[in-house]
Design a binder for this molecule. Structure first.
Ligand SMILES: Nc1ncnc2c1ncn2[C@@H]1O[C@H](COP(=O)(O)OP(=O)(O)OP(=O)(O)O)[C@@H](O)[C@H]1O
Ligand SMILES: [Mg+2]
Length: 499
């Protein structure tokens, strides 16, 4: 539950905030003066403060200054009906998260509050390195015990102990942002702000002004001076996500900040000096962009001082069980009950290629928890692309084509390659499946449906376990001896790697 503190002396404003932010996920607290607000903060520990500027007693700017002394990480949005550019500038320089004019544009206000809450969480939710899985009260962790992850943990430690610039690379969903936050939270700048900017999400012509600010009249539409993120986040850490998408002019400015901590606002002459640590990330191979002359080589080397290359999930499959456990606990804690997972489902998860990496795994599990009917997640609860049979070691083709019994598929429609068999798409229940099967079998002259089904189930189980008879028998609910008899009886070929 997010806590919002509104500091405003007008009852009307308090009233409209109650209406705008009437949501079960938000707790709105109000204070009628700066003094009252400051008193509330240590007890309440809000995630975000919105404060009016003109108030009797302490004004908003002074309140902001004091909040920054108590807690530099608490985002503050200032609001006023009497906007002068000077107060806006002053507010941002003091480290306000943003500045709003009354009357509010409600959608914009909501969006701003959502962004500020995310920033607040980014700074506060501690990212634990190797959280204890038994412990219930962690909410964010970098999970992994595999060798490539051990390397990552070492680098996070080294980076946290220094002020060096870092470049985090890896495919989408491998945890680049998570690792950036882990570095930040373990660094000496942990008490100062962390600001994340997605360079790909901001139009090219606006990014430079977003980062460095601009002077009044710098370009059409620049009606007032604006303070950029570098100034706002002074002494803190700036996370430049998707840096590969940055325009050349902005790259040049970033290089200069890295070299001597200074820059000019867009359209300005006076030099601004800042102390900001930069952590950059990209999922594009920057070396290639450098070779194509799209990314400055000197900037690349400057960023690449320490490089963390995050492994793709398919290259650390041994961590999948650990991640599944972590996510199921996390999802369970949020929904008030944890689902378990069956062995076959885990095997399917371990076999998948995970193009979307950890993010995709988490999403698959979230969905599976919702669709699973019982207490455990079954293979049928996974999306279609995870239903591809686990590749059998030896034969390229299923080794069943030469068998003496009818080779008709069990399912009504033979699934095309890459398509989900109808049975897993509509798991239903066994009577339902049997009815379907029986109806279809009646149309197949000469088919001995029972042995045919039995045979296919044995093959499925062996394929799933890559020929391990003990595990296959367990999956089928029969003894190993019975399984052996079936293998012989049905002439299931040795190419299946039956062990
Ligand atoms: N090692 C990990 N342990 C636990 N959770 C992880 C791990 N890696 C990633 N995640 C989770 O996966 C999701 C994606 O991670 P993150 O946003 O950091 O990826 P990213 O590399 O920045 O992806 P993109 O390139 O798409 O921006 C997040 O919810 C994150 O918490
Ligand atoms: Mg990211």
């Amino acid at each position: 539950m997010d806590k919002l503190l509104l500091i405003d002396d007008e009852a009307d404003v308090q009233y409209s905030f109650r209406r705008i932010f009437d949501s079960p996920d938000l707790e709105l607290h109000t204070a009628s003066s700066g003094e009252e607000g400051l008193k509330l903060i240590p007890k309440l520990r809000p995630d975000l403060v919105l404060s009016d500027i003109r108030m009797a007693g302490l004004n908003g700017l002074e309140t902001l200054r004091r909040i920054r002394q108590i807690d530099p990480k608490l985002p503050v949005i200032l609001m006023t009906a009497y906007g002068t550019t000077q107060t806006a500038i002053e507010a941002m320089k003091l480290g306000a998260y943003d500045y709003l004019l009354k009357p509010f544009d409600v959608p914009r206000l909501k969006q701003l509050v959502a962004n500020a809450l995310k920033a607040s969480k980014d700074m506060r939710q501690t990212v634990a390195l190797q959280p204890q899985l038994e412990q219930q009260d962690y909410d964010l962790g970098v999970i992994g015990r595999s060798e490539p992850m051990q390397e990552v943990f070492k680098l996070i430690g080294q980076l946290a102990a220094s002020d060096a610039t870092a470049l985090i690379t890896g495919e989408s969903g491998t945890g680049k942002e998570l690792v950036a936050r882990a570095v930040y939270q373990n660094s000496r700048r942990a008490k100062e702000p962390f600001v994340a900017i997605n360079c790909a999400a901001i139009p090219e012509n606006l990014l430079e002004s977003e980062l460095f600010g601009h002077e009044r009249g710098a370009f059409t539409g620049a009606t007032a001076q604006r303070i950029g993120r570098f100034e706002q986040c002074n002494r803190g850490t700036l996370f430049l996500d998707e840096i590969g998408d940055m325009a050349p002019a902005t790259q040049t400015k970033i290089l200069r900040v890295l070299q001597n901590g200074s820059f000019e606002r867009v359209g300005g002459n006076s030099t601004v000096q800042v102390d900001v640590r930069i952590i950059a990330a990209t999922n594009k191979p920057l070396e290639e962009a450098v070779a194509r002359k799209e990314f400055r080589e000197d900037l690349f080397y400057r960023l690449n001082v320490v490089r963390i290359q995050l492994p793709a999930l398919r290259d650390r499959r041994s961590d999948i069980r650990l991640l599944v456990d972590y996510f199921l606990r996390k999802i369970g804690a949020a929904s008030g009950g944890m689902k378990s997972i069956n062995e076959n489902t885990l095997i399917a998860l371990e076999a998948f290629s995970w193009p979307g990496n950890v993010r995709e795994l988490e999403n698959v599990l979230r969905r599976a928890v919702v669709v699973a009917k019982g207490p455990a997640i079954l293979p049928g609860d996974l999306p279609a692309e995870l239903h591809q049979p686990v590749p059998v070691k030896e034969p390229a083709k299923p080794a069943v084509a030469t068998a003496p019994v009818p080779t008709a598929p069990v399912a009504p429609q033979p699934p095309a390659p890459g398509e989900t068999p109808a049975v897993s798409e509509t798991p239903g229940d066994i009577p339902e499946l049997a009815r379907l099967l029986f109806r279809w079998a009646k149309t197949q002259p000469g088919l001995k449906v029972l042995p045919a089904v039995e045979r296919e189930l044995v093959i499925e189980a062996l394929r799933e376990t890559q020929g391990n008879q003990v595990r296959a028998a367990r999956l089928l609910g029969i003894t190993r001896a019975t399984l052996r008899k079936r293998v012989d009886k049905f002439g299931i070929r040795r190419e299946l790697n039956v062990t």
